[in-house]
Design a protein around this ligand. Structure first.
Ligand SMILES: Cc1ncc(C[n+]2csc(CCOP(=O)(O)OP(=O)(O)O)c2C)c(N)n1
Length: 313
């Protein structure tokens, strides 16, 4: 993926999240958890993966899915419970999986993705399949016991897992600093013998370089790696939350370091992008999302008979 394609992906993610937020504010519309502000982390890491790699993620998965190439029309259809959604309208925004893109799971059980990542990696290793497993989770999930079990097992069993902690400074309505004595989650990995790195999660270039090096190391050694991306969730915990827990003073410095603005400024300064092209790219992203919404709105709901298909009992 080149620099402009990375910008296009980030703009598409932002347009998708902003459209969802607008629809939810106008309501009624199904809820979701936005990862607005975390686009560089998603795009930077996913661009370092190959098509045979697998991905597990959490409730803020839209950015990961779009970065991986998911069709916004099918994502919106899924959120709206339509039959054309990636999971035939049965998952909503919080459980989307996309087998054809190697996205095994979106887990809304905090830490659920951490519990499954070693299993997916072990299965692939036993079948001698190529590829690594990327597991995205939040700093809140890192405070759960399953994080420690997962890292320990992955290390002991030499499993090719790229753990990506998107440290967005909040754990639902609780500040990260209230739940951790240390500053960085990456430090915790050292105790389990993992190579670890913390990177500026709002700098797509820094994220991508770190992820590429981590992925290369995992492919080389077959062992896990923990990457922490320091970033910020620009919206509330979920759509409909009044955001009273976030002050403007807290948000302001992070908005100044908005990952998309940082990336486009860099490309403009380097002459890789002209201001007029930028407007065109933004319009393109907005138009694609409008078209996606129209498709999702026109799509049918699943038939009542579909209730009993694709379920385990
Ligand atoms: C096992 C479990 N406990 C609690 C919740 C409620 N909950 C949903 S999101 C969340 C915070 C997760 O924080 P973090 O992992 O940092 O992710 P973030 O939402 O900040 O991206 C909590 C506690 C849940 N969904 N699952």
């Amino acid at each position: 993926m080149n620099s402009i394609q990375a910008l296009q992906r980030m703009l598409l993610i932002r347009a998708y999240e902003e459209k969802l937020a607008a629809l939810q504010a106008a309501g009624p519309f199904p809820m979701s958890c936005s990862s607005q502000g975390q686009e560089a982390s998603a795009v930077g890491v996913i661009a370092a993966l190959s098509s045979e790699d697998r991905i597990l993620t959490n409730h803020r998965s839209a950015a990961h899915l779009i970065a991986r190439g998911a069709d916004p029309a099918r994502l919106l259809a899924e959120v709206m419970g339509k039959a054309t959604g990636y999971c035939k309208g049965k998952s909503g925004s919080l459980h989307i999986s996309v087998a054809e893109l190697g996205v095994v799971l979106t887990s809304t059980i905090v830490g659920g993705e951490l519990s499954m990542a070693p299993g997916v990696a072990l299965a692939r290793k036993m079948r001698r399949e190529a590829g690594i497993v990327a597991c995205f989770f939040g700093d809140g999930a890192a405070c759960e016991g399953i994080f420690h079990e997962s890292l320990n097992l992955a290390t002991i069993w030499s499993l090719p897992v790229l753990y990506v902690c998107e440290n967005n400074q909040w754990q639902a309505f609780v500040r990260r600093k209230e739940t951790m004595q240390t500053e960085h989650i990456s430090e915790w990995g050292k105790g389990y013998g993992l190579p670890c790195q913390t990177v500026d999660g709002n700098d797509a270039h820094a994220v991508h370089e770190a992820a590429r090096a981590a992925v290369a190391q995992i492919r080389d050694t077959g062992k896990p790696f923990l990457l922490e991306t320091l970033t910020y969730r620009q919206r509330g915990h979920f759509s409909g939350d009044d955001e009273a827990h976030i002050s403007d003073a807290e948000r302001a410095p992070w908005l100044k370091r908005d990952p998309i603005e940082l990336w486009q400024s860099r490309l403009l300064a380097q002459g890789q992008l002209q201001a007029s092209d930028l407007r065109g790219l933004k319009d393109e992203a907005l138009a694609r999302i409008e078209e996606a919404l129209a498709q999702a709105q026109a799509a049918p709901y699943p038939s009542p008979e579909a209730l009993l298909t694709d379920v385990y009992a």
